[in-house]
Design a protein around this ligand. Structure first.
Ligand SMILES: *Cc1c(COP(=O)(O)O)cnc(C)c1O
Length: 395
């Protein structure tokens, strides 16, 4: 490959690790405790404080967290769970892990979020559904609460539906002043390599409910009751423990927690830098009529800005796929969030899902492109991205 082109390339995503991560990893290696121990506990405590949650349980991915969340809420074979179609497959696959079935919902054009009217209609059509998984798409909070019971949480409470929040994009984010992670029944965060903070692979589950927290903690590590184990260690041999359920192996190793602790220290800084990118895009792209920019329901500073999704609308002279190819020729990496789940072979076939059932998701899918948004992007690079967009759209 051409070296020069390599230097000029602007990737879609890039992590920031400045050495603090290494410092904390060294402490873990020196301690001899590589699996879940002190660093993990510290990370859980600090994360809980950061999102104003009572309990935080570190796991090895957001996917594991979502699985644990639904298990703790009692989702089982034959049950149904509402899931938006505009999300990553993890949001829906965990429903299948438990033998339950996802009921796919369309989202609002502009925000890509579930809105209260769609939820009300879905509840009327599927009164048997007991759990909703809501996705804070792109890092903007869905309307959990609202005036006159228009909030998703208000509607669910009235119908006895529990809410799990897929906050894989939404750390740190607020909804009407409250931190995401402190609002619904259970919230799951992702620390996958390209998320707003990373542990390499990892996730966090938060809740304010002590019973749910206890169940999640139990099932995270083989169903071994650690509390009982700890209580009895003083007068029983250290090898003895009890198994209360067939749990999972979803714990977060201390090496990953060390990276998480270092990232958490700068999470606010990272968010501010992504907000700078978002403001730059709004400023530079708002005059382009063939692009629909993301619609804001929350304040700029309450958005985690994990993604900056634009939609090429009907007026665009190039189709989405060609646009992405042309941007790549300009040395700019982009992505798509998402090809909706109702278009994925497994879900489409199993649930006979037709595109016309999801008009907004279809309209988004046809034109959606996610632009680079991360702290390391300089204003000069942002200018270059915007200039390339203009050029590609002028063809
Ligand atoms: C990344 C992502 C997940 C899965 O996160 P992992 O930590 O990789 O398991 C789930 N939901 C959404 C919306 C995501 O973007």
């Amino acid at each position: 490959m051409n070296k020069q082109a390599d230097v000029d390339h602007i990737p879609f995503s890039r992590v920031v690790c400045d050495g603090r991560e290494l410092e904390l990893i060294r402490e873990v290696l020196a301690s001899g405790w590589l699996t879940t121990a002190g660093k993990c506990e510290l990370f859980e405590g600090r994360f809980a404080a950061a999102v104003d949650a009572t309990f935080a349980c570190a796991v090895n991915s957001c996917t594991s967290g979502l699985h644990l969340a639904l298990e703790a809420l009692g989702v089982g074979a034959g049950d149904k769970v509402f899931v938006p179609t505009m999300t990553f497959t993890a949001t829906a696959e965990v429903v299948r892990y438990l033998g339950a079935d996802p009921v796919m919902l369309d989202v609002e054009y502009g925000t890509c979020l579930l809105d209260h009217a769609a939820l009300r209609a879905a509840i009327a059509a599927h009164p048997e559904v007991k759990v909703l998984v809501v996705v804070h798409y792109g890092g903007q909070a869905a309307a959990m609460t609202g005036e006159g019971e228009t909030g998703l949480l208000d509607i669910c409470r009235r119908h006895g539906i529990r809410i799990v929040e897929d906050a894989a994009h939404a750390f740190p984010a607020r909804h009407r002043g409250r931190m995401i992670g402190s609002i619904g029944d259970i919230t799951c965060f992702s620390f996958y390599a390209n998320k707003t903070i990373t542990t390499g692979e990892g996730g966090m589950v938060t809740t304010n409910d002590p019973d749910l927290a206890r169940r999640i903690r139990l099932m995270r590590l083989h169903g071994i009751d650690r509390d009982i184990w700890q209580r009895y260690t003083s007068d029983k041999p250290s090898w003895e423990y009890d198994v209360l359920a067939p749990g999972f192996k979803y714990n977060m190793p201390d090496i990953n927690a060390a990276i998480g602790l270092a990232q958490l220290e700068r999470a606010g800084l990272f968010r501010d830098e992504r907000e700078r990118c978002a403001r730059h895009y709004f400023e530079a792209l708002q005059h382009l009529e063939c692009i629909d920019l993301p619609v804001l329901r929350e304040r700029f500073e309450d958005h985690a800005w994990h993604l900056f999704p634009i939609v090429l609308n009907g007026a665009a002279p190039v189709e989405r796929n060609l646009f992405i190819e042309r941007m790549a020729e300009h040395g700019i990496g982009t992505s798509v969030h998402y090809k909706p789940l109702h278009r994925m072979t497994y879900y489409r076939r199993r649930y006979q899902l037709e595109p016309h059932l999801f008009p907004n998701a279809e309209k988004i899918w046809r034109g959606c492109v996610s632009l680079p948004i991360y702290p390391a992007l300089s204003d000069g690079q942002l200018d270059r991205i915007c200039a390339s967009i203009e050029k590609v759209l002028a063809t």
